[in-house]
Write a protein that binds this ligand. Structure first.
Ligand SMILES: Cc1cc2nc3c(=O)[nH]c(=O)nc-3n(C[C@H](O)[C@H](O)[C@H](O)COP(=O)(O)OP(=O)(O)OC[C@H]3O[C@@H](n4cnc5c(N)ncnc54)[C@H](O)[C@@H]3O)c2cc1C
Length: 312
């Protein structure tokens, strides 16, 4: 079967199952905090765990890639976009269930719930454990995948277990002792989707919880650029160092290619001045990696995930 016919057959099958929910050539710039990214051939919001396996099986049979997007706040999508399908967990995964248990409370949060919303819900109940995450955009699922953290805290500190859909379509719950986290890293086999995360939080005084929350908010407002689209820290901090300090030291703070610029406020952020291309951002990243390696012998590892089809 020719390429076009195969694609038409793939679309026909997908539409037979998901109807008008399937979108063609969806611009991913709409779904990323960078406001950058070409189109996805197919786009679908998933509303049931069973649908994940159906889509993955469909993609496998037609030799297409299947890629999962959370809040799109830690990704750089290529200008050429994504060949295949991009899925996102829909509203039915945006819930939180709270179970008091003496001095602690367990909360099971759906993977598409906004992390900011979860943090606020916890703080409003005088529960401690998530205040550090005030202001981290994105979803609970994406946050877990990145082991999102700030100001000395990270999600791994309060995770009790996760609900997953495996690449074979099995729905399983994995307890904390079987989960492996690292710095901005969570070990998850390719093709596995997080559908919910269980956290454990502790009761604390109203004043203590709000103080920690407000401190995190103030620090963030002081140090991070606001108002221009970005994807948070571009590089991970190398051991014992700050990526921002190294980028500044090699003269790249405020440096610009096209409409992408290393933020004059925090050099580990690249901001989109309006209409930046993914390629501009990638060139800036490469320049920083080259200069920092030359001057300091340090490799800067990207924290943002590069997605889609790239020219080379
Ligand atoms: C202004 C700003 C400030 C930020 N500050 C911080 C900060 O302080 N600390 C920090 O750690 N990060 C920060 N970030 C980065 C980003 O917000 C976090 O990494 C966030 O947790 C990513 O979540 P997301 O839902 O947007 O994931 P996405 O960017 O959509 O995806 C990230 C990765 O997770 C995968 N993924 C998403 N959902 C799932 C799921 N349900 N199951 C399996 N895989 C999944 C994706 O495939 C992708 O590989 C910041 C970003 C911005 C824009």
């Amino acid at each position: 079967m020719g390429c076009e016919r195969l694609r038409a057959k793939a679309e026909e099958e997908l539409r037979a199952r998901f109807g008008g929910r399937v979108k063609r050539d969806e611009p991913l710039a709409r779904h990323t905090s960078f406001r950058i990214g070409g189109p996805a051939d197919f786009w679908l919001e998933i509303e049931q765990p069973e649908e994940i396996a159906l889509v993955q099986d469909w993609a496998r049979r037609f030799g297409l890639s299947c890629w999962l997007l959370g809040g799109g706040t830690n990704v750089l999508v290529s200008d050429l976009g994504v060949r295949g399908i991009v899925i996102r967990l829909g509203r039915s995964f945006a819930y939180s269930e709270w179970k008091p248990n003496g001095w602690s409370v367990r909360v099971r949060a759906g993977a598409s719930l906004s992390l900011k919303k979860l943090v606020l819900q916890a703080v409003e109940q005088d529960l401690t454990g998530l205040e550090f995450a005030e202001g981290i955009p994105g979803t609970v699922g994406g946050g877990l995948l990145m082991n999102a953290g700030a100001f000395g805290g990270e999600l791994a500190d309060v995770v009790l277990g996760v609900d997953l859909v495996t690449p074979e379509g099995r729905q399983i719950r994995v307890p904390r002792e079987d989960l492996r986290f690292g710095y901005r890293h969570f070990d998850l086999p390719r093709g596995t989707v997080v559908t919910a995360v269980e956290f454990v939080l502790s009761r604390a005084s109203h004043e203590a919880v709000w103080q920690r929350y407000c401190q995190a908010k103030e620090k963030r407002e002081r140090n991070q650029p606001r108002g221009l689209p970005n994807a948070g820290s571009i590089f991970k901090n190398p051991p014992g160092e700050y990526a921002g300090r190294l980028i500044e030291a090699v003269g790249l703070k405020g440096h610009r290619i096209g409409q992408a610029m290393f933020s004059p406020k925090h050099a580990n952020f690249i901001v989109n001045l309006g209409g930046a291309r993914a390629e501009d951002v990638r060139q800036l990243m490469r320049e920083a990696q080259r200069r920092v390696a030359d001057h300091f012998g340090v490799h800067l590892e990207p924290e943002v995930r590069l997605i889609g089809e790239w020219r080379e």
